[in-house]
Design a protein around this ligand. Structure first.
Ligand SMILES: Cc1cc2nc3c(=O)[nH]c(=O)nc-3n(C[C@H](O)[C@H](O)[C@H](O)COP(=O)(O)OP(=O)(O)OC[C@H]3O[C@@H](n4cnc5c(N)ncnc54)[C@H](O)[C@@H]3O)c2cc1C
Length: 270
């Protein structure tokens, strides 16, 4: 069994303290729920000099509702999201995605911040969050910024920046999430599809269709989005859906199997 290598462990109580520690450290590593980090610490040939635990930082906790939208602390676990009445009511697609992540012990530890910051192409939440227009609050020792999730994921990762909260500026979006795995067991997704739109009477508006696992960034299906705009779900020609998907797939790793999955589920949306 691989053993942990030596490092200094810190448990700051504020974001400011965590940032100071990260700035002073030669090779810092932030630790949230640890579902990925602990594996990395055991298996990676590189070892951080300092592991900075975020668990005691109160400012990274809690799900808050306001006129400006919903704000979710980066240390909120997948299990807490699943338990939240506010998330259930406002973002059903997020609940659908969380319910499919791993197993209860992992969901009790894994955080929304860790899911977004891991930058693995296959994790479930970035596609859903992007479909819902989520923004990320990023703090460094010099500044605090609010950026779109896409800008955050496109930027160079920094070991000296703490994501403090995930913001959902819009609560008027309906959405759903489809997830496809290679096996029927607990498995990481081979494809995830997040759909969101405002339902304007029975028509769709502000349509967002995002998929994961095909590119390092969640992929926006722009042609397919356009097709759904101002149309009624359940009344779109499946052949047109497939044509738009084919156009969006050009230059991506969306293969025939994945395209068929997307066409079937998008075609059946009601
Ligand atoms: C058995 C198993 C099954 C899994 N199945 C799934 C699955 O089905 N779907 C899925 O999406 N994921 C899955 N995962 C991946 C993982 O559990 C999740 O992505 C999880 O949400 C990561 O969160 P964490 O809090 O454990 O992150 P950690 O492991 O603590 O951190 C992950 C990375 O993010 C950085 N980080 C964490 N928080 C912050 C922050 N606030 N600011 C800046 N950087 C930060 C860390 O430094 C690290 O680089 C699985 C993992 C395991 C071990």
């Amino acid at each position: 069994m691989p053993l942990l290598k030596e490092f200094r462990y810190h448990s700051p109580a504020t974001v400011g303290e965590a940032l100071k520690l990260a700035d002073k450290s030669k090779e810092p590593l932030l630790l949230a729920g640890g579902t990925l980090v602990l594996n990395y610490l055991k298996r990676s040939p590189r070892c951080p000099s300092d592991v900075i635990g975020l668990k005691k930082i109160k400012a990274l906790e809690g799900i808050k509702d306001s006129k400006e939208g919903v704000s979710v602390g980066a240390m909120t676990t997948i299990a807490e999201l699943l338990d939240s009445a506010l998330i259930k009511k406002s973002f059903p697609s997020l609940i659908q995605a969380c319910a499919r992540i791993a197993t209860t012990p992992i969901r009790n530890m894994a955080t929304i911040g860790g899911n977004c910051c891991s930058r693995f192409y296959w994790v479930d939440l970035p596609a859903v969050l992007e479909s819902l227009g989520a923004k990320v609050v990023v703090a460094t020792s010099r500044k605090k910024q609010i950026v779109s999730l896409r800008d955050f994921l496109s930027s160079k990762p920094s070991k000296k920046a703490v994501v403090t909260r995930i913001l959902f500026p819009r609560k008027d979006l309906w959405g759903c999430y489809f997830r496809y795995t290679k096996t029927m067991d607990v498995d990481i997704p081979s494809l995830g599809l997040a759909f969101a739109c405002r339902r304007n009477n029975s028509k769709c508006a502000d349509v967002r269709i995002i998929v994961n696992t095909t590119t390092s960034l969640p992929l926006e299906l722009k042609q397919t989005q356009k097709l759904f705009e101002a149309r009624e779900l359940g009344r779109i020609d499946p052949n047109q859906v497939r044509e738009c998907l084919d156009a969006d797939a050009k230059g991506t790793k969306l293969d025939e199997y994945r395209l068929s999955c997307l066409a079937a589920d998008l075609g059946n949306l009601k």
